[in-house]
Design a protein around this ligand. Structure first.
Ligand code: KG4
Ligand code: ZN
Length: 339
């Protein structure tokens, strides 16, 4: 069975074709980063319009790359949520229409399930059960994963998501959008220990996160210091270290609470080098193992949607003629897949 995956939930148009036996046959990605950079964030209307322009050409390119015709496709998976509703509607409408025209099933995929399963596209996929840390621009969650669709949210952010905190703090520091990777690059030249930022909500029990206070702490630190390049790098490092430590502390707690030994990290922020290094060190100390998607599949992409769609289609789980777009869609409401 072969499935076409379509991702248009935010500012990336991602298309991929996945074969249940051969794996990923092709994937195409167009990032709208430049389009939104002047505005310092994603402009939903511009995002939708650009998905309208890019989705069909990228589908053609993916089909060509895999040397396939529509007759070779057995299903179409599209991101149905959560995300920006106008952007979701583009992928959902195109996905549903192609499925109708090609007379194959359409599968409405949960974007965060896509992120969560993305490490399974790699050569060393994580066996169940595991703890997943999902860290993206829109979500920060710790999920207990016992199988596909068997998700229990153990903790989440009560305000900004980790990626959002990176982006907002980067903006305060005068960096372009999306600032996460740029702030991380700036932090490479930082002096360890010059500034010490708080680790929010780690002094009390529980697995929820809060990152908005760190942004204010950064703003105050910027205001009360010189604006030299070294100081900016030192502040960036202190911020990054605080976010990474906070995420690591909560991961350790979730692992201890469940007794699980495997940790999966996915979503845009899982591309962060410092986070990867710290969690790798922590897991080796705990005698466990950590799994990530390859860097290009940390951020939004079509491959993870094709893969997640395939898992559901294989079980005969697909949707009716309706176009599905759900801006809010809790991951723990998904149906488990029979093992
Ligand atoms: O998963 P994603 O592509 O989109 C959402 O579903 O939100 O995540 C994008 C987020 C942005 O906030 C971006 O700044 C952040 O991931 N990000 C990073 C890094 N690479 C991407 N944050 C910190 N360090 C990075 N290296
Ligand atoms: Zn995402």
């Amino acid at each position: 069975m072969r499935i076409l995956g379509i991702e248009t939930s935010c500012d990336e148009t991602g298309i991929a074709i996945y074969d249940e036996h051969q794996g990923l046959l092709s994937h195409q990605l167009y990032s709208q980063v430049k389009l939104h950079a002047d505005y310092g964030g994603v402009v939903p209307e511009l995002a939708s319009r650009d998905h309208v322009k890019k989705t069909l050409p990228l589908i053609r390119a993916a089909m060509q790359e895999a040397n396939l015709t529509p007759a070779d496709i057995d299903g179409v998976a599209y991101t149905a949520g959560p995300g920006l509703v106008g952007a979701l509607l583009v992928g959902a409408t195109i996905g549903r229409s192609l499925a109708y025209a090609w007379n194959v099933p359409a599968v409405a995929v949960h974007h965060m399930e896509g992120h969560l399963l993305a490490p399974m596209l790699e050569d060393n996929p994580p066996p169940f059960p595991f703890i997943a840390l999902l860290v993206s621009g829109g979500h920060t969650m710790l999920v207990k994963v016992d199988g596909i669709g068997e998700y229990e949210i153990m903790g989440e952010s009560i305000d900004d998501a980790a990626g959002e905190a990176f982006d907002k703090t980067a903006k305060l520091m005068g960096l372009d959008y999306p600032g996460g990777p740029l702030l991380s690059k700036l932090a490479q030249n930082g002096t360890p220990g010059r500034f010490k930022f708080p680790r929010p909500m780690t002094d009390r029990p529980g697995l929820d996160f809060s990152f908005s206070g760190l942004k204010t702490f950064t703003a105050n630190t910027i205001a009360s210091n010189d604006g030299s390049e070294q100081t900016r790098a030192d502040i960036a490092l202190a911020f990054e270290q605080a976010v990474v430590d906070t995420l690591a502390i909560k991961c350790r707690r979730a692992l201890q609470q469940t007794g699980y030994k495997r940790l999966v990290i996915a979503g845009g922020v899982s591309a962060n080098r410092r986070l990867r290094e710290e969690l790798a060190a922590m897991m080796s100390k705990l005698g466990g193992e950590v799994f990530y998607p390859r860097t290009e599949f940390c951020t939004d992409n079509g491959a993870m949607i094709a893969f997640a769609g395939m898992q559901r289609l294989r079980q005969g789980e697909y949707q009716d003629l309706a176009v599905q777009a759900k801006p809010r869609w809790p991951i723990d409401k998904l149906a488990p897949i029979e093992k």
